[in-house]
Write a protein that binds this ligand. Sequence first.
Ligand SMILES: [Mn+2]
Length: 414
Amino acid sequence: MKFAHLADTHLGYRQFGLIEREKDFYEVFEKVIDKIIEEKVDFVIHSGDLFETARPSPNALLAFQKGLLKLKGAGIPMYAIAGNHDVVMRKGAIPPQVIFKKLGLKVISPINTNYMHGDIFIAGLPYYPSSQSKVLKSKLAELSKKAAEHEKSILVLHQGIDKYFGYQYELEIGDIPDNFDYYALGHIHKYVNDSFGGGRLVYPGSGEIWKTDELTDYNENGKGFVLVDFDGPKPLVKRVKIDIPREFIIRSLDYNNLESGIAGIKETIKDFDKKPILNLTINNVDSDTSVVYDIINEELGDLALMIRPKFNMLGEESIDDIINQDTGVGPKELLVDQLKGYGDSNVNQLAVDLYDFLSKDKIDESKELVDQFFNEFYNKSKDDVEFKTEEVETEEAPQEKSEDVQVTFNEVLK
Ligand SMILES: [Mn+2]
């Protein structure tokens, strides 16, 4: 028995508001499906964040339908859970995956937590926010008991785990039952393949570069999915890399050598099939930034899909410079010094930015900054926060089930 495991395809995501980027995500998904069919697997598992939003556009729905029908034509079923992006965190909300049940998609939900594929027990749960981790843990214990009755079992989840995602997680590694043979995880966009219990725990990573902070992992591991050979005593995991349609280029340029810097970039990107995204930092700028932007745009605008410039003015210290400094006695310097022992540069930058804003009483800017940070690094939106207060009632009060909305929800998921 062989299966494919993928996650975080985020269909419908229009990165930077560009239709080209939306198409890139569809293109990668199609390549993944074609490769899966070529590999003649027995089934596919999708571990959540199938779509970018809980209300996908017709284009996103069609992109998935196309893939699902191809799989169906090849006789390959897909098992899927909802991720944090697939569901509006509101009472009675249903994920878009449900639409595809009539086309054969096997949706794993709180109502329908498990399936048998031959003699393989496939169980899972959709994403639970951290405010619900108590409920999540008790449901995991139930699934673990059921799994004990089967020879081979798979647990499908879309959660952050402290061991792999230190900033924000709903589960600690010790919370996860250890009697499954394969842990099909989603949520973390980088590739993780770890030994856990008697089996393997895998995050296949996202299909495309969803945030630019995924570039480090992309350069190391690429993007793609995994194939799992489930016949032996332990699952054998093989990563399949799928080329993403366009490159992301990150460069630092010096204002004083702008011309040669631009020439170097032109040389790098001139033969690319698709126009890349350029993330440029221009240091020592001694002129109006709009003038520098015009030069860059004129030289590179036609060769790039998008240019994202950052300007550091001459004599102005960048956050990186400040964090790297050894000397200094002011409160800000002390803060920066303290942060050195803390290895996460994103959090360091947030702390320094907040210090700057708050010491100037910029309260609104600080709130905005924190919102942005959570959105970028924790995949959290305001919808999630609203959910926390409501969902506690839904899960813990059984009488909620008598509500019309909840009945509809249950029936659709059955
Ligand atoms: Mn995701």
